[in-house]
Design a protein around this ligand. Structure first.
Ligand code: ADP
Ligand code: MG
Length: 238
């Protein structure tokens, strides 16, 4: 069995709200994801999925608990080290795409490579290859406003792949798309999982899409209330 790439124990997250008060959103989450696994996280709005995703993606730190990301205890890292790990190991995909406006698809995809120190020509070449991979090569010069929702999401997935991260984190990536377009985006995730061995954590409201993953983790009110195998779990143990 492959080693865990995401290993969380007792994750608690509290947010300060106003005068000295705090809101506890996650109440002690344990979550282990193996390298190359495709996991869905499901749960009602407000249950803490995005808060958890931000911690998995090292965009935020837990208030309590331990998180070991690909063998590194993130609690021991300074902010700068944490950003570097995030930049190299994690690709993010969001419901609302979060592309840089008035900037071409090509430059959007090249941007994370710039932060990672990849030089100009190599950056452009790889950005073009990634756009080809998501079948957006003929839209390289288009700004996000000139693209459809599905096209924007494909560019965003190409961008998430820029630094060849081990983990793709997708927070309701099909939530703003019609079901046929969402289907194409989901197929792309399946392909990246199958062909490139990416570890994928997908937050979704769609029971159908969740059911295609290898494991489905249900979150309710900041707690994991269920874990089950999905249709994509060929021989994976829960
Ligand atoms: P989900 O993604 O499952 O819809 P979220 O993780 O976005 O849920 O939010 C869970 C709860 O945490 C909500 O009640 C939300 O208002 C609260 N929350 C999220 N982020 C913050 C924050 N930065 N400060 C205060 N409360 C927050
Ligand atoms: Mg959310």
């Amino acid at each position: 069995m492959d080693a865990p790439i995401i290993d969380m124990h007792g994750i608690v997250k509290r947010f300060p709200i106003g005068t000295g008060e705090e809101l506890e959103v996650l109440h002690g989450i344990d979550l282990t994801v193996r390298k190359g696994e495709f996991v869905a996280i499901v749960g009602a709005s407000g249950s803490g999925k995005s808060t958890l995703m931000n911690i998995i993606g090292a965009l935020d730190r837990p208030t309590e608990g331990t998180y070991v990301l690909d063998g590194v205890d993130v609690g021991t890292l300074r902010d700068k080290q944490l950003s570097r790990i995030r930049c190299r190991k994690i690709g993010f995909v969001f419901q609302t795409f979060n592309l840089v406006p008035r900037t071409s698809a090509l430059k959007n995809v090249a941007l994370p490579m710039m932060y990672n120190g990849v030089r100009g020509t190599a950056r452009t070449q790889r950005a073009r290859a990634l756009l080809d991979m998501v079948e957006m090569g003929d839209r390289a010069g288009h700004a996000p406003s000139q693209l459809s929702g599905g096209q924007k999401q494909r560019v965003a997935i190409a961008r998430a792949m820029a630094n060849d991260p081990a983990i793709l984190l997708a927070d309701e990536p099909t939530g703003a798309l019609d079901s046929a377009t969402g289907r194409l985006v989901m197929d792309l995730f399946h392909r990246l999982h199958r062909e490139q061995g990416k570890t994928i954590v997908l937050i979704t409201h769609s029971p159908e899409l969740a059911g295609e993953c290898q494991r489905i983790v249900t979150i309710k009110d900041g707690r994991v209330t269920g874990v089950r195998r999905g249709g994509g779990a060929a021989d994976a143990a829960v």
